[in-house]
Design a protein around this ligand. Structure first.
Ligand SMILES: Cc1cc2nc3c(=O)[nH]c(=O)nc-3n(C[C@H](O)[C@H](O)[C@H](O)COP(=O)(O)O)c2cc1C
Length: 183
């Protein structure tokens, strides 16, 4: 039995009670058995990007990040918008991916959980930065599904059936792309 392909889940928020992380926890909860999901939890531990340090041996947390991306068949991002763009911590993570080849050609999508009409700046920046990294943006899997405060239960997972359905659909669309790549 082959190991199911892994989807790496990257949250752009380090806030406890984050709606973006709740969405990714929900992705994990609704994932079909034919996919594995791994929620990356090292964002707050990454050092500030410094080109002087972007060589072997990499800082251990950066090496772990790159290894996780390398292992992933696809990456799913869920990030808030701060001041019209990406949170600095998440841009920092993306900066650390530029010097490696792990994300090149990797199928990547994002879910925007902001309220309607918000979060477009983060999406635009993601598109620009991922373009520089050479990631393969899976357009049909990039969706909006607003997640308001207090939507997650005590376990941090969203119970709203509509949100769960849309997140499950994102995984199906990513899986469909992975199927075409392995066919
Ligand atoms: C410093 C700061 C700046 C923000 N700037 C924006 C913004 O420019 N556009 C926007 O749509 N939301 C903005 N927000 C709202 C956040 O995107 C929103 O609170 C989001 O839910 C945070 O995600 P999280 O719950 O995953 O931490 C800002 C929030 C903070 C704290």
């Amino acid at each position: 039995m082959p190991t199911p392909p892994m989807i790496l889940l990257l949250s752009g928020s380090v806030r406890s009670g984050s709606s973006n992380e709740a969405a990714l926890r929900t992705v994990r909860a609704v994932a079909p058995g034919r996919l594995r999901t791994v929620l990356y939890e090292g964002l707050a531990e990454l050092p500030h990007f410094n080109p002087d340090d972007d060589h072997d041996p990499l800082p251990p947390t950066v090496a772990q990040l790159r290894a996780a991306i390398d292992e992933a068949a696809a990456v799913l991002i869920c990030t808030p918008e701060y001041a019209g763009t990406l949170p600095g911590a998440f841009k920092n993570l993306l900066d650390w991916t530029v010097g490696g080849t792990e994300i090149c050609d990797k199928p990547v999508a994002w879910v925007n959980v902001a309220a309607p009409g918000r979060g477009q700046g983060a999406e635009a920046t993601l598109r620009t930065v991922l373009g520089y990294t050479g990631a393969r943006i899976v357009e049909p899997a990039c969706v909006r599904t607003p997640v308001g405060p207090g939507t997650a239960g005590a376990d941090g997972v969203i119970t709203d059936p509509g949100v769960r359905e849309r997140l499950a659909a994102v995984l199906e669309r990513l899986a469909a792309v992975l199927d075409t790549l392995t066919a």
